[in-house]
Write a protein that binds this ligand. Structure first.
Ligand code: NAD
Length: 369
């Protein structure tokens, strides 16, 4: 007659490489003997089959699918285009206008002046539109001043057509700055103060990504990427905080990070961008602690894949990416710039008065899987 401990001993002797977990041990002790004996060999065979999929197996031994959905693909390469190669973008239609639906007054930005870096186009432009619709005057800051001026005019025209009876038209201005250059940042801040008299809010949307496998990424391009994404956020954040402290006024700063600051999204390789966006998120948290005494709040918005004029161009050039991206997003869709309008208004306004150092991920659920 078999006893469980004799069986276990026999099993250990016959298959020394199989480590039994707790449930397998319970199984050994609980099953009736006849069933147990017939199951033992099946358990061993199954374990052997699965070894190839464990660290006991060689790379690729269990199939070509190993790591398929969790690895970068070095063949995906995207360079950020020069100014003239950037596709134009537009404010969105039909999101503004006076309405009589009840909403919390704390979301209003009336009387506030907001600065949006990278505001000439893309997410920055549509977030600026959200701030304007919520009552703020806005200064668009961009490397491309001509485009910023056109966008400022479009925002005002759009606003006028959606609010024909309004007694006051928002003041939307355009300013040049290279956000990675301290002198240029200081000059832009003084120009904005001359034209608006004060600054209450900042949104840092100037930034870009590029896709290169790390070993091939030219160092000067990497430095530029960090310069715009990290130094640019730091310089504008510090300059606006300094102004608010001099004025002894509270304020709210919103840094645009990315879900790539929290996860390594695949398949496109972009190590420096991911690290830069992680830096942006932690910079916001660190500033939040440092400036809480002055009533200055600092939070980040971390978008997932958003469909802008630029991402449309990337998808035109790399059609296989769209399916890969959307298959990894629980909501199954890319976001649109207008999906950030509410978040930027919330974080800029008194509706988020007790929120600082936080990160709002707006990614269709990408980072929770
Ligand atoms: N589009 C997305 O899917 C996505 C996702 C996550 C995060 N983001 C982030 O959102 C931000 C905006 O992205 P976007 O898609 O709107 O890009 P975009 O290229 O459409 O707009 C960026 C703007 O920043 C300006 N800019 C670039 N370098 C600058 C500099 N040195 N000084 C001043 N302005 C400069 C550009 O001229 C442009 O107008 C970026 O920080 C980006 O990393 C975008």
């Amino acid at each position: 007659m078999f006893r469980p401990h004799v069986l276990r001993q026999a099993l250990r002797n016959s298959a020394p490489s199989i480590a039994l977990d707790t449930s397998a041990r319970a199984f050994l002790l609980d099953v009736p003997k006849a069933r147990f004996i017939s199951s033992t060999s099946a358990l061993l065979r199954k374990g052997d089959q699965h070894d190839a999929a464990s660290t006991a197996g060689k790379p690729g031994e269990s199939g070509d699918h190993e790591g398929q959905f969790a690895r970068t693909d070095g063949s995906v390469r995207v360079e950020y285009p020069e100014k003239q190669g950037l596709p134009a973008s537009q404010p969105v239609q039909g999101r503004g206008g006076r309405h009589f639906k009840r909403t919390l007054a704390t979301f209003s930005l009336e009387g506030r002046v907001a600065v949006v870096t990278g505001g000439a186009r893309g997410l920055g432009l549509v977030m600026s539109q959200g701030l304007v619709e919520s009552g703020a005057d806005v200064a668009l800051v961009d490397l491309n001043k001509d485009e910023a001026a056109k966008s400022a005019q479009q925002l005002v025209d759009n606003w006028k057509s959606e609010n024909p009876d309004a007694d006051r038209v928002p003041n939307v201005t355009a300013h040049y700055a290279d956000v990675s250059n301290p002198t240029s940042v200081d000059e832009a801040i003084s120009e904005i103060l001359q034209q608006h008299g004060k600054i209450d809010n900042l949104v840092t949307s100037a930034g870009f990504t590029e896709n290169f496998d790390a070993v091939s990424y030219p160092y000067d391009r990497m430095k530029k990427l960090w310069g715009v994404n990290v130094d640019g956020t730091y310089l504008f954040g510090v300059a606006v905080a300094k102004h608010l402290m001099e004025r002894k006024a509270p304020g709210s700063l919103v840094f645009i990070g990315s879900m790539s600051g929290a996860v390594v999204n695949v398949p496109q390789p972009q190590a420096p961008y991911n690290a830069a966006k992680a830096a942006v998120r932690h910079l916001a948290a660190s500033f939040a602690v440092e400036w809480a005494h002055a009533g200055i709040r600092v939070n980040t918005i971390s978008p997932g894949y958003m469909l802008t004029a630029l991402t449309k161009k990337i998808l035109d050039d790399n059609p296989e990416l769209k399916q890969k991206w959307t298959s990894l997003i629980p909501q199954g869709k890319m976001g649109r710039p207008e999906d950030l309008m509410g978040a930027v208004t919330f974080l800029s306004s008194d509706a988020s008065a007790y929120m600082t150092g936080a990160d709002l991920r707006i990614d269709g659920g990408y980072t929770v899987t």
